[in-house]
Design a protein around this ligand. Structure first.
Ligand SMILES: Nc1nc2c(ncn2[C@@H]2O[C@H](COP(=O)(O)OP(=O)(O)OP(=O)(O)O)[C@@H](O)[C@H]2O)c(=O)[nH]1
Ligand SMILES: [Mg+2]
Length: 370
């Protein structure tokens, strides 16, 4: 249904949060996101959002600056690190004579490229359709002859009605298919619950090292990479913590700030594992300059999916990069707050296993003595 990204795309990036806190790091994350989508950034236009001209989002002078960069670099695409309304996108495309996409379309495209399982693909397509539906009012005709690349599917104006109907029908079919998958998952989960199996979900910001931790703990092979959103589908394994304790542990999709709502909604099925976990391992890159923001964003998404009450064990990862020792942090009551590890070197994983066993026994105590 969509033209897949062909690779080799080039783009001008626009980030208008200049002066906001964490501006530099946010920009760096944006560039990384764009590269994760397989797009080659040619230049970054920076600035502040313009108040007087909301239709353009950027003021007219800024739009001219972007247009000049588009011409100078001969790029077919401009990517904004912001959510754009359909009207803003349309106005900007007219003014710049090239495709304009927003942060949501960018993230959706990365997800579309990464989805591996049937379930993951269904969920991404559903999210894309939801995003497109709001954009179908726009005039596509001015771009009709351009081809390829992310964010572009070019039905002409006359196609609009047909497209709306087709999309509606497709959304319904996808939802039915997803419902089937969800029922299967629920059945599996109930079977696990009946067997009294303790379940743990690894959660965290994208690129924190969740899959690396999952692999090292399981010595299994799950896809890791230094790119954003390497993992999109939930993988679960049975893990023995010691002679007497075993758990089912799941690796999950990473979170990012401004994760599109449509995507969170679509990924509910995958995140079901997280909602029903007995314990969350919240993995954080201890060296990351934005780690506090990242923790906050992860907790925000957890609240959004109804998982905010599940006990969290913080895992400060990548201590090797700072030469920090593995360690367990406890609060004033002696409860474990966090464990410092290096997932890649398996440093501190014995401490982490111990902490998981402790959390398990706490949990059982609470359940038997309410
Ligand atoms: N130095 C160091 N690098 C690490 C460590 N753990 C993970 N990494 C690296 O960090 C990058 C991201 O690791 P992943 O395990 O794919 O991260 P993730 O959280 O699963 O990411 P997504 O699936 O994209 O959300 C990879 O390049 C890993 O090699 C660690 O303990 N130390
Ligand atoms: Mg991963």
């Amino acid at each position: 249904m969509f033209e897949r990204h062909q690779g080799g795309d080039t783009a001008i990036l626009v980030c208008l949060d200049f002066g906001e806190p964490d501006y530099r790091d946010g920009l760096e994350e944006f560039v990384q996101l764009v590269q994760s989508a397989g797009v080659d950034p040619q230049a970054v236009i920076e600035g502040k959002r313009s108040r007087p001209d909301p239709a353009y989002f950027a003021g007219t002078g800024k739009v001219e600056e972007i247009a000049a960069a588009v011409r100078a670099n001969d790029v077919p695409l401009v990517i904004f690190n912001h959510l754009l309304s359909p009207a803003q996108e349309r106005n900007l495309e007219r003014a710049l004579s090239c495709r304009v996409i927003d942060r949501t379309t960018l993230i959706l495209d990365i997800f579309a490229q990464r989805a591996r399982t049937a379930e993951g693909k269904l969920q991404v397509e559903l999210a894309q359709l939801a995003h497109i539906q709001t954009r179908l009012v726009r005039g596509w005709t001015h771009l009709e002859r351009q081809k390829g690349g992310i964010g572009l599917r070019g039905p002409g104006e006359t196609q609009l009605e047909t497209d709306r109907r087709l999309i509606g029908a497709r959304v319904k079919r996808l939802k039915d298919q997803l419902a089937t998958v969800q029922r299967q998952r629920a059945t599996q989960r109930r079977a696990r619950e009946r067997s009294g199996q303790f379940t743990i979900s690894i959660v965290g910001y994208t690129n924190a090292g969740k899959s690396t931790l999952f692999n090292t703990l399981n010595k299994a092979k799950s896809y890791t990479a230094d790119q954003l959103f390497a993992t999109l589908d939930t993988t679960s394994r049975k893990l023995f913590l010691d002679e007497t304790h075993s758990v089912v542990i799941s690796d999950t999709v990473g979170f990012i700030r401004q994760l599109p709502h449509t995507l969170v909604a679509a990924f509910r099925a995958t995140l079901e594992e997280t909602i029903h976990a007995d314990l969350l391992l919240h993995v954080v890159d201890i060296n990351h300059p934005l780690r506090d923001m990242q923790i906050g964003e992860v907790n925000k998404v957890l609240t959004e999916i109804g998982a905010e009450r599940i006990t969290q064990l913080m895992v400060w990862n990548k201590i090797d990069l700072k030469g920090l020792p593995a360690d367990v942090e406890r609060d004033e009551y002696g409860r474990i707050r966090a464990v410092r590890v290096s997932a890649i070197n398996a440093e501190g994983l014995d401490l982490l296993r111990g902490a998981m066993v402790e959390a398990m026994s706490k949990n059982t105590e609470e359940n038997t003595n309410p």
